[in-house]
Ligand binder design. Sequence first.
Ligand code: ATP
Length: 478
Amino acid sequence: MAEKDSQLMEKIVALCKRRGFVFPSSEIYGGFAAVYDLGPYGVELANALKREWWKYMVQMREDIVGLDSAIFMHPKIWEASGHVGGFSDPLAECKACHTRVRADHLLEEIGVVADEKMSETEINALFDEHRQNIVCPKCGKKDFGTVKKFNLLVQSNLGNFTGDTSVEPVYLRGETCQGIYVNYKNVLDSTRVRVPFGIAQVGKAFRNEITARQFIFRTREFEQMEMQYFTHPDNEMTEYEKLRAYRWQFYLDLGMKEENLRWHKHENLVFYAKEAYDIEYQFPFGFKELEGIHARGDYDLTQHSKFSGVALEYLDPQTNEKYVPHIIESSVGVGRMLLAFLTEAYVEEAMENGEMRTVLKLPKKLAPVKIAVFPLMKNKPELVAKAQEVFQALKSEWLCEFDDNGNVGKRYRRQDEIGTPYCVTVDFDTIGAGDPSPDGAEAGDAPLTGTVTVRDRDTMQQERVPIVELKQYFQEKL
Ligand code: ATP
């Protein structure tokens, strides 16, 4: 089983690099900590995940609309949200080698329950209690200093042309949902939505994360998919339960095994929160947060109303009741979801000939490339020409790849590793005399005649399909 493989993480990281899913940022300059770039297949997989999320959260819902707010926002927003004052993680620094680590993570590693929301006093007390067991992951010494809270907001100098330090800094957004809250009134005034309704958004967020570990699980620049749902105060918890069930189903519908998912209830809630659960996924390094689903009360709109001076109450057109809507949210990182689906899909298995193959058994709708088209041999122009015809005919419908490098076995291995569900091979039977075209045309000169082999990624079975029927065949399969 993949999840029992202690090398699984290293194997996934290696596959991501080798096959063009994820590259370390700025690699030729020695890399840039906790930032990654998506390669050709990574961007396809990420786009597919975002497409599925959007379909589930916007297209299929009559009560949710989309938004794309800017990364830069008025600095007051981050004061109102509490980020300037309280968006911080507990930082512990090893006195011997100066490695900085999150104190709550160090405690968790030795089995002590802790989280980033604890106050500086609380986490220091806990840290001191267990100090004798806390080991630096880099140098192995047990010599950490006092834990300090470190603010995660990333600052910019946007608009500050004179370098004036008294000017309030403009931040790169630490989460995308603030852009939703401050547009709540615009959406309400410009569309036909009525409470209860949601606003969904996908976009970049930035955090000065202390610990740069675990590949794309935690990065300093990342993309979030967030949906904020505005409800009547009395309905907040029923809507919350519905959202939890809906989000759980999203993962099952995309083929995740339920045994790899679990709920984590937050015990240490921020003062305004009603309830908070995470969906955790069994990553190669254990069950960790994949998505947060939180009931936030009226905190967000109340704060923005207070700081902006603009009333953000809702007037019910039917009952004339006026109230500040309560908010429930779903929030998940694209990179974290991508890592979860790669973990779920990664399989090593023995083939009939005894050789091993690595295959990404991604759901077809997530596969970066849907169909690969090969001429059996590279040095036979008639095979290459025919394979090109097939490729050209299919590529307007699906993302296809043409490959004539190496032998067919090697091409299969490569497509297996990037998760391509189907490989089409043009061979001598396709163009041969044994397979004349219906109108009796010369071998190879009439487009879209003959048959090809179609090989299934998961079963490795091949079947012959007439070229004229290929589109319909794939329409049914994909
Ligand atoms: P964590 O406890 O892992 O730091 P969090 O509780 O601070 O996460 P939220 O602020 O609730 O996370 O963010 C919502 C979602 O955004 C997370 O569930 C995760 O999928 C994603 N996310 C948050 N921070 C990061 C990050 N640094 N890198 C990648 N994804 C992230």
